[in-house]
Unconditional design. Structure first.
Length: 361
């Protein structure tokens, strides 16, 4: 196991990465909580709930089950979860454990941060995306209509417990989707992680926690480092949005049905890397290196049929748009990111059109 420390003004906390990390729940005093609830999905709890209870040795865990998928990340779901907490006697000294992927983590964090004006919560991420990214940093949110993460809070968890063993039951597509977020962290952080992925990508499989664990810990360290320096996304933390501007638009335009989150981010990274190359910000060879690694992960759902005009219209509604101008997150090289609002819509649209013509096989 490896302990990473997020040092935040609002609350510092540990991220425990590696096999056996669930046992670290014992670092919290169970006696300080009147009740402990687990927010999760039926499938993941049926597979791993027993193992979690045995590892933590915490008894009397009360489960709240929500349907799987992005539709659960909504104001309606948040109201239902809060109502369930109230019906089961949750008070200000209750603890909520978010046991699942990014949807569960975001929803659970949002409910915990608002229920009775805030109760403690713990993140137990069960997907690659959640273990290296979404469970770390204290950003919580739900979607409103087609707008992703429109309503949310900054609320750090008490603890993050990321055991790669749980990834063994992920389907191949979901696992690959998470690897795109690992690549994002590699582009942000530099050649150490990027080279490691170039060399070992084919060895990273969900059933081999020994191989995948150290890579995920290194990727998680990137998020920890950024969040510790910029808790509330005042500046530096925006680099973590690499690929997300186009990525969120792709999710929204397809009603969250075509892409897994990491797949949309992968297309987004391809688009902004192309945009950076067209603007002369990144050398062609460096851009090709990034694109090659992304495509090595696997085949992405197609985007060629999507209307550019509709995609571009959604960009202005993104949270990163201020005063009608998008603050683009662009790679200048592996390990160096530039935030720029000096990109025309026409240039962005042309970059997206170029990426649409990319052959998928």
């Amino acid at each position: 196991m490896k302990t990473l420390r997020v040092r935040a003004k609002s609350n510092s906390y540990n991220v425990i990465e590696g096999r056996g990390s669930w046992r670290a729940l014992g670092t919290l005093d169970r006696a300080q909580y009147t009740t402990v609830f687990v927010l999760t999905e039926k499938g993941i709890w049926e597979k791993w709930g027993g193992a979690f209870e045995r590892a933590t040795r915490w008894k009397d865990l009360r489960t709240i089950i929500v349907p799987s998928g992005e539709t659960s990340k909504s104001m309606r779901s948040a109201e239902r979860v809060a109502g369930s907490l109230l019906a089961q006697g949750a008070d200000r000294r209750s603890l909520l454990i978010a046991f699942g992927g990014g949807v569960i983590g975001d929803l659970g964090g949002f409910v915990a941060s608002t229920y009775m004006r805030g109760i403690d919560y713990v993140q137990v991420p069960t997907t690659v995306v959640a273990q290296v990214d979404s469970a770390i940093g204290g950003k919580t949110a739900v979607n409103v209509g087609a707008m992703k993460n429109l309503v949310g809070t900054f609320a750090p968890p008490r603890l993050v417990l990321a055991d790669p063993s749980v990834l063994a039951t992920l389907d191949e597509r979901t696992f690959r989707s998470g690897l795109y977020e690992v690549i994002k962290h590699a582009v942000i952080s530099g050649l150490s992680l990027f080279r490691r992925l170039e060399e070992d990508l084919d060895k990273l499989v969900p059933s081999n926690a020994r191989n995948i664990g150290p890579v995920l810990a290194q990727a998680a360290q990137v998020k920890v480092n950024v969040v510790s320096r910029d808790e509330r996304e005042a500046g530096l933390r925006r680099v973590l949005n690499l690929g997300h501007t186009f990525g969120h638009a792709l999710e929204e335009i397809t009603h969250y049905r075509r892409f897994l989150h990491g797949e949309a981010v992968a297309w987004g990274m391809l688009a902004v890397t192309t945009l950076a190359a067209r603007a002369g910000l990144i050398k062609p060879a460096e851009a090709l290196r990034i694109k090659t690694l992304i495509f090595r992960v696997g085949k992405l759902p197609p985007i060629r049929d999507l209307r550019v005009e509709k995609v571009m219209a959604l960009l202005l509604r993104d949270k990163k748009s201020v005063g009608g101008r998008i603050h683009w997150v662009l790679p200048e090289r592996i390990g160096r990111i530039k935030i720029s609002a000096d990109i025309s819509f026409e240039d962005a649209a042309n970059a997206f059109r170029e990426v649409q013509q990319t052959r998928l096989s």
